[in-house]
Write a protein that binds this ligand. Structure first.
Ligand SMILES: [Zn+2]
Length: 313
């Protein structure tokens, strides 16, 4: 038997055929077509599932289930997609329409939740019954696994660590509030801090590495400048690590999971990120004289979206 994992993104929809041992044996993609009516979009996705399945050497009869990860919120029980801004979907009966084209069990969940599930079954947190996955990219995404299952809340809107408020009068957030955690812990935040720092320190390597153009500073620029000993980059990074440490400590104070996993673009910095974080985060944990969870880097990469969706059940 095979399972289908579908990762719905802003520009493309990836469809993967996944084996029972969690490997992707065939992957196909189609562009997102927001211009088409909802039913037509779903029909194209179902056609892509059939095509990928057949190209993998299987038949539609071999499909055990179809899982979908979306950048939005969905009701796991009814199969309704409640909100998915990228696709322009509001309260659409995804499962019902999909099953009119391909009658298989269909499960839908948020993309960060799905990635958390993938890591907890086939990745770095495999074997744990509770974990929190934090993805550090343009924003901050998070997924909570409790007792081996995704916890997205009683109303499907939980697990939004990025919008926990950090600073009452802080930096404005895209959600309309001020001071949300993702304004301090995302890649975007690290870049903002670096750009602010070079206003007072034009001599910093942050600026020379970016060709004297602050708008060309990226997260990687900060790591590169730090490696060559630039004190301004080191100070920016210390501030960033303090913010991220407080975020990780808040997760620990609230949920005390077996393991905390970091993914997303910034996590590619590896030990340069992890070591200072592991040193600092315990100081913000209330019961820090007790054993604390390890913080580890995600191992599945972008394939977590497909693998995790396929594992939904
Ligand atoms: Zn926010």
């Amino acid at each position: 038997m095979i399972r289908i994992g579908i990762d719905i993104g802003g520009t493309g929809i990836q469809v993967g055929v996944v084996t029972e041992s969690f490997s992707i044996i065939r992957e196909e993609s189609i562009p997102t077509r927001k211009d088409l009516p909802f039913e037509e979009q779903v029909r194209l996705i179902a056609e892509c599932v059939v095509s990928a399945t057949e190209a993998s050497g299987h038949s539609v009869d071999d499909i055990e289930s179809v899982g979908v990860g979306i950048p939005g919120i969905a009701s796991f029980s009814t199969g309704e997609i409640i909100k998915c801004t990228n696709m322009g979907w509001n309260h659409v009966p995804f499962r019902e329409v999909f099953q009119s084209f391909l009658n298989k069990p269909v499960f839908i969940d948020n993309d960060a939740n799905v990635a958390a599930l993938a890591e907890s079954v086939a990745g770095v947190s495999a074997g744990s019954s509770s974990s929190v996955f934090i993805t550090i990219g343009t924003g901050i995404g998070s997924g909570i696994i409790l007792n081996g299952r995704i916890w997205s809340g009683a109303h499907h809107i939980g697990g939004e660590l990025g919008h926990v408020i950090f600073d009452l009068d802080g930096v404005p957030c895209s959600c309309g509030n001020h001071g949300c955690l993702e304004r301090y812990c995302s890649a975007t935040a690290l870049i903002r801090m670096a750009r602010e720092a070079v206003e007072d320190h034009p001599e910093s390597q942050l600026l020379s590495l970016a060709g004297q153009d602050p708008m060309r500073i990226e997260a990687k620029t900060v790591f590169d400048a730090m490696k060559s000993g630039d004190p301004v980059a080191q100070s920016v990074f210390r501030r960033y690590i303090s913010c991220l440490s407080q975020a990780v400590a808040s997760v620990e104070n609230l949920l005390d999971p077996e393991i905390i996993v970091l993914g997303g673009g910034v996590s590619k910095a590896g030990k340069a990120l992890l070591d200072p974080l592991l040193d600092e985060y315990p100081q913000y944990v209330l019961f820090n004289d007790q054993p604390l969870p390890p913080v580890k880097l995600a191992v599945l990469g972008p394939e977590a979206g497909i693998i995790g969706a396929a594992m939904l059940s």
